[in-house]
Design a protein around this ligand. Structure first.
Ligand code: 6GU
Length: 248
């Protein structure tokens, strides 16, 4: 997969050299290119923003650098694939695991990281004429810019690419992944030593009884969900709940 990121803070993306994503880039599974929006300005101050028409607080990002940046990154060849443009914004649709899965199937994504009060709407309208555009939010709070939201989305998408996770099974086991534990949050996990500061690992996890372990994990997932996200329990289709579930 190819991912282009356009930003005025290219240094913000240094973490993409590390860990899982760093290895995926080295192995060629991921081609991530970070671009400085200011390289498409032409004035001495490399201006990317201006005051909003209609008045009001803050600044708006000018359309010209964004338009030139997108033209350059996307290229002129109409025979090659066009990317999907992602606009991180608190006004966007919710970025969920389902969206991450869908986006992980795309060959090419471009993230346009806005700052200040956002990007001039004509840039978005112009882009929509040439490619699919998604405005996405990572949660109901306001960040200073799209950079940290882009890091979140790129990580969630990248780890779903075949070969990026060490254990091919681990993405399938995630909270929010489709399957038997869909709608449930994962419960507690344990590793060695068997006793730490007087606290034992739940003996069932040492029993070797896989059926009993699965049942215990489901019980704990139900308890964790009831405690932290009770509204998720209402999403579970009744036929996916057995008698034991209802007793937890
Ligand atoms: Cl994607 N951007 C900004 N600036 N703030 C946000 C957000 C995105 N998602 C939630 N808050």
């Amino acid at each position: 997969m190819r991912i282009d990121i356009i930003t005025i803070f290219a240094d913000y993306f240094a973490p993409l050299d590390l860990s899982l994503i760093g290895r995926a880039r080295e192995s060629g599974l991921l081609d991530i290119r970070v671009h400085d929006l200011r390289s498409w300005t032409h004035d001495r101050h490399r201006t990317v923003d201006d005051t909003p028409y209609g008045g009001g607080p803050g600044m708006v990002m000018k359309p010209e650098p964004w338009g030139e940046a997108l033209d350059t990154v996307v290229g002129g060849d109409p025979d090659t694939v066009t990317p999907r443009l992602v606009l991180p914004t608190p006004s966007g649709a919710p970025f969920t695991q389902e969206r991450a899965e869908r986006l992980s199937g795309e060959p090419w994504l471009v993230f346009a990281c806005g700052r200040y009060e956002g990007i001039d709407a004509r840039f978005v309208a112009d882009a929509r004429e040439r490619m699919a555009v998604e405005e996405l939010s990572v949660g109901d709070y306001v960040l200073a810019g799209g950079e940290s939201a882009t890091l979140v989305m790129v990580e969630a998408i990248s780890r779903l690419l075949p070969g990026v996770l060490g254990n091919a099974d681990s993405a399938a086991q995630d909270s929010f992944a489709p399957g038997a534990m869909e709608h449930l949050l994962e419960g507690p996990v344990y590793t060695k030593p068997p006793v730490w500061r007087g606290r034992e690992v739940p003996p069932i996890l040492l029993s070797g009884n896989h059926g009993a372990v699965d049942r215990w994990r489901r019980d704990e997932a139900l308890r964790t969900t009831a405690r932290n996200r009770p509204e998720l329990l209402d999403e579970i289709p009744p036929d996916q709940l057995d008698q034991r579930d209802r007793e937890v």
